[in-house]
Design a binder for this molecule. Structure first.
Ligand code: NAD
Length: 335
């Protein structure tokens, strides 16, 4: 608006510098698969950029890292345009941010929705296109519009059905899910890397990304990867009324869905789910970095819509990183 302050030269320069740095980190993270900084460093740079843009909205452009799904795609693979965009998730880093999100949702929706809670799996997002029940394409998220064709690799993963079961399958369905390693599978693949004189993977997410983006699908086939469904994109002949109904239908067609998702009527349930998995997170067979909270009803999801980067009807509650937790405990012990 006219009331917005004209960005100072300092603000412009800082904005350009942060954008450049974030672009570089994204390239190292998503393409080279060898990040040079910790996620917490990256997240801090992103929050600083967001703060600059809140102060000077004139600096917000469509190509700002705050407005794009982070990531890009490598030209080593054929490009695939997703029928419907694949978005990222906004984060809540603490209870206060979660409460603020719930408050905004209930205000914008004009009602109290039901909330579906599920684990945030630390793996790689995939888009599986089924036509008349048959898997015709598998792609990475890429920049959200265009991903990499990994169909041959995806076909080697046992959890990914070639053909959906049942006779009432939709004409078209983009299934969104996470390909990941269990902790046991991750140890296995790293042991094999070391035995072969290769560098071990830094973490399970890295391992999933590296294993799915192989030129030789036989290598992918040799790695014990799993997949769990957590959403859907374009569809014809599939009109679920809720996220939970969608999971039930997809499960019925033989797609693997988590056994841990739960729907709650209110924020109290959401908080107890987050607390429960905060305690149990190390007893889960795969790595998690938080809980995803989604508005269950599709009608309310549609009303809330999405930004260019993430749906407004979902949020990732992130548990504090392990080092921070340990330090916190140290401090308490020392005091
Ligand atoms: P994200 O990983 O935080 O969240 C979005 C993704 O969550 C989705 O694409 C989906 O694949 C996944 N997901 C897992 N479980 C899900 C569920 N139940 N429902 C829905 N989605 C689910 O966001 P992002 O945009 O993929 O990546 C950002 C993250 O990557 C940040 O944590 C950032 O720190 C890190 N990063 C780090 C660097 C670095 O240099 N260290 C660079 C870029 C990004």
């Amino acid at each position: 608006s006219d009331l917005d302050a004209e960005p100072t030269l300092d603000a412009r320069e800082r904005h350009a510098e942060l954008s450049r740095e974030l672009d570089e980190h994204q390239y190292r993270y998503y393409i080279l698969q060898s990040p040079s900084v910790d996620d917490s460093v990256y997240d801090r740079l992103m929050r600083e950029l967001e703060a600059v843009e809140v102060e000077y909205p004139a600096l917000v452009t469509p190509d700002s890292p705050t407005q794009r799904v982070g990531g890009t795609f490598s030209t080593d693979f054929a490009a695939v345009t997703h029928a419907e965009r694949m978005l990222s998730l906004d984060n809540a880093l603490n209870e206060i941010a979660l409460d603020a999100w719930i408050e905004r949702i209930e205000r914008d929706a004009g009602q109290k929705p039901r909330y579906l809670c599920e684990l945030k799996i630390d793996g790689l997002a995939v888009n599986l296109t089924y036509r008349k029940g048959r898997l015709v394409k598998a792609a990475t998220r890429g920049d959200g519009r265009t991903g990499e064709d990994i169909t041959l690799n995806a076909r080697t993963i046992r959890d990914i059905p070639e053909q959906l079961a049942g006779d009432r399958v939709p004409d078209l369905l983009e299934v969104r899910g996470e390909v990941f390693f269990t902790l046991a599978g991750f140890e296995e693949v790293n042991a094999a890397q070391v035995a072969a004189g290769e560098r071990p993977f830094a973490n399970p997410r890295n391992a999933a990304s590296g294993s799915l983006r192989q030129k030789d699908p036989r290598i992918t086939a040799s790695r014990p990867m799993r997949m769990l469904v957590h959403g859907f994109g374009a569809r014809e002949g599939f009109n679920p009324v809720s996220q939970s109904e969608a999971y039930e239908l997809m499960h019925g067609w033989g797609l693997p869905t988590s056994e841990r998702w739960k729907v709650f009527d209110d924020i109290k349930g959401v908080r107890s789910y987050i607390a429960e998995y905060g305690e149990k997170r190390h007893k889960i067979e795969h790595e998690i970095d938080g809980v995803v909270v989604k508005v269950d009803q599709m009608s309310i999801q549609r009303r809330l819509g999405s930004t260019s980067k993430a749906p407004r009807w979902a949020i990732a509650f992130k548990y504090p990183p392990e080092e921070a937790m340990t330090k916190l405990l140290d401090v308490q012990v020392n005091v």
